[in-house]
Design a protein around this ligand. Structure first.
Ligand code: GDP
Ligand code: MG
Length: 598
């Protein structure tokens, strides 16, 4: 039966351990394509994108493989996003598979993301095939890494396949192992339809293209389907597989991985993790594991130029079409004017969206420091969720405040254990565990407030360990903390966009750092500007921006015109990211600086 010859799998790895290179090798081997043909095929796909208007995202490719047993197998290779912000998407991609290739760099060994991915694979009951890659490197230590795989991941070291994706070593063994070790899909093709959505993209011509895996039942074009979580119904227009170009099919059944087009207007109608069933004869229950993703990190986005507000709203509307986890709502700041409060899955997600708004839509942004959601219980027993520090109620109205914590795992060579622990302590971390992976590498576990992670934890970790440490985290829940709102005043005026929430024990120290930093970042004005930090009515730190001594242009009058023009241009450039706050000009960096610690 065809279904017995299907194998669905993903490749999981820490970044740079060789996932893309191995995927390329597998594509070559299975399609017997030359590099040139492969390029042509990709170009084909792009032409098709123009002609038929189908967005191609190579995250589920169907491949054919003739195994040593003489049979033709159908592989679906499902790609996974590679960042902690998207771990739910990774988990759903893995849920569409029966197996995973686990790649570990033979010179680096197991890193934080390796473990995080392994946990996700185990949660989804996948058969894991361990691969030690880059054995061609002079610094490769395959025996040591095999042992690490056995000790840390719990897979027998003899099962490890030694490979060099670069040189094409071990690829046949990997493909045979996919056939032998990964089970064929199980499931009843006659049962009511249940298909899991693991990704979707918005296409301007065809609407949403859903990427899904049929777990039970069969689906055909023309049928009416229902999304079980969102309860939206649509008529299937086209279904098919990616080879890698989209190829329409008359039906998709158990074990198939492919796409569906059904006049869906918005990706939020086809959420990752949702179950597709038929409108008539629906499945009684959804597939397990559906979760509506809630944003964890919030910040304010404001156009530098107040006229950019409408353009910014339009940009967010467009981006939302393609991103079900992006949230935004209009917000007004006394300091920054009209803008939006936006919610993101994490910092990377936030950076991606900011960058796209600036690049693709040409809007210059002022972004406020990222914040998490604080849970506040007031003295009237009201529960508030605060995603903007300036909305924090007055101290005397607060009974208690809780904040989200993460379990952070840092893997580092043992020479950096000191600096890593120091950083975690400084970020209010609670020590949980420390384990040696081998004689020179350590896994350190801390519970740390998410608010301390969102700003510069990762960058500081990298610089304190000369890039050798790797890091991963998962949200573990809310805990009470002794937190207060700290306001910043410029020229005696409270600047709402600069308010931060800090731990009371660190308030004085932070306040001092922030006012000094602002003093250095804000250019001199015509007059002296006091910078103050306050908690409630109490000023806890102060510094002063001295008045400008003379007009910069004064020197140039009567002088060299081109020099004058250059100076003006330079000033203009500097001004691009300045915002007039009250009567003080404040640069973009100032809004981010409130979270910085040194
Ligand atoms: P990914 O981030 O996991 O997708 O990793 P890539 O496939 O992009 O590979 C990261 C880097 O490692 C690239 O520079 C590759 O050329 C290199 N690389 C991948 N596989 C091998 C290998 O088997 N041997 C060597 N020496 N380098 C490799
Ligand atoms: Mg890659």
């Amino acid at each position: 039966e065809r279904r017995d010859r299907i194998r669905n799998f993903s490749i999981i790895a820490h970044i740079d351990h060789g996932k893309s290179t191995l995927a390329d090798r597998i594509l070559e081997k299975t399609k017997a394509l030359t590099q040139r043909e492969m390029k042509e095929q990709m170009l084909d796909a792009m032409d098709l994108e123009r002609e038929r208007g189908i967005t191609i995202k190579l995250n589920a490719v169907q491949l054919e493989y003739k195994a040593n047993d003489g049979e033709e197998y159908i592989f679906h290779l499902i790609d996974t996003p590679g960042h902690v912000d998207f771990s739910y998407e990774v988990s759903r991609s893995l849920a569409a598979c029966e197996g995973a290739l686990l790649i570990v760099d033979a010179a680096q060994g197991i890193e934080a993301q390796t473990l995080a991915n392994v946990y996700l694979a185990i949660d989804n009951d996948l058969e894991i095939i361990p691969i030690i890659n880059k054995i061609d490197l002079p610094s490769a230590e395959p025996e040591r890494v095999k042992q690490e795989v056995e000790e840390v991941v719990g897979l027998p070291m003899d099962d490890c396949i030694l490979a060099s994706a670069k040189d094409g070593v071990g690829i046949d063994e990997i493909l045979e192992s996919v056939v032998k070790d990964i089970p064929a899909p199980a499931g009843d093709p006659e049962a009511p339809l249940r298909a899991m959505i693991f990704d979707s993209v918005y296409d301007p011509y065809r609407g949403v293209i859903v990427y899904f895996r049929i777990v039970e039942g069969t689906v055909k074009p023309g049928e009416k389907i229902r999304m079980m979580a969102t309860e939206k119904e649509f008529e299937v227009q086209d279904i098919g597989v990616f080879t890698p170009k989209p190829e329409s099919k008359k039906e998709l059944s158990v074990g198939d991985v492919g796409y569906m087009i059904a006049s869906i207007k918005n990706v939020s109608d086809s959420r990752v993790g949702d179950t597709v069933t038929h409108a008539k004869n629906p499945a009684p229950e959804m597939l397990p594991g559906y979760r509506k993703l809630n944003p964890m990190v919030f910040c304010g986005l404001y156009p530098v130029d107040a006229n950019g507000y409408t353009a910014l709203r339009e940009a967010l509307e467009r981006l939302e079409l393609n991103d079900a986890s992006l949230q935004y709502e209009a917000e007004t700041s006394q300091a920054l004017g009209f803008g939006f409060r936006c919610g993101f899955l994490g910092l990377l997600h936030m950076e991606i969206i900011q960058e796209r708004i600036e690049r693709e839509y040409g809007i210059d942004l002022i972004t406020t420091a990222p914040s998490v959601i604080y849970e506040v219980v007031t003295t009237d027993d009201e529960v508030l969720e605060i995603d903007n520090p300036s909305h924090m109620p007055d101290t005397q109205k607060i009974e208690r405040v809780s904040e989200p914590f993460v379990k952070a795992e840092v893997m580092t060579p043992n020479e950096f254990v000191g600096p890593v622990m120091e950083l975690c302590q400084k970020k209010r971390g609670q020590y949980i565990d420390m384990k040696y992976l081998d004689e020179n590498r350590v896994n350190i576990v801390y519970n740390i407030p998410l608010s301390e992670i969102v700003y510069d934890f990762f960058d500081t970790l990298k610089s304190n360990t000369r890039g050798y440490a790797s890091f991963d985290y998962e949200i573990i829940g809310y805990k009470e903390s002794n937190l207060v709102k700290m306001d910043i005043l410029l020229n005696g005026e409270k600047i709402d966009a600069l308010s931060v929430i800090v731990h009371r024990d660190f308030a004085y120290e932070r306040g001092k750092i922030i006012v000094d930093k602002l003093r250095d970042l804000i250019p001199r004005q015509q007059f002296e500007v006091p910078v103050q930090a306050s908690i409630g009515q109490k000023i806890i730190a102060r510094s002063t921006i001295k008045a400008m001594r003379k007009n910069v242009l004064a020197k140039c009058y009567g002088g060299d015109v081109s020099r004058k023009r250059k100076l003006l241009e330079k000033q203009k450039e500097g001004k691009r990211r300045m915002k007039n706050v009250g009567n003080v000009e404040v640069p973009q960096e100032a809004f981010m600086s409130v979270l910085s610690m040194d």
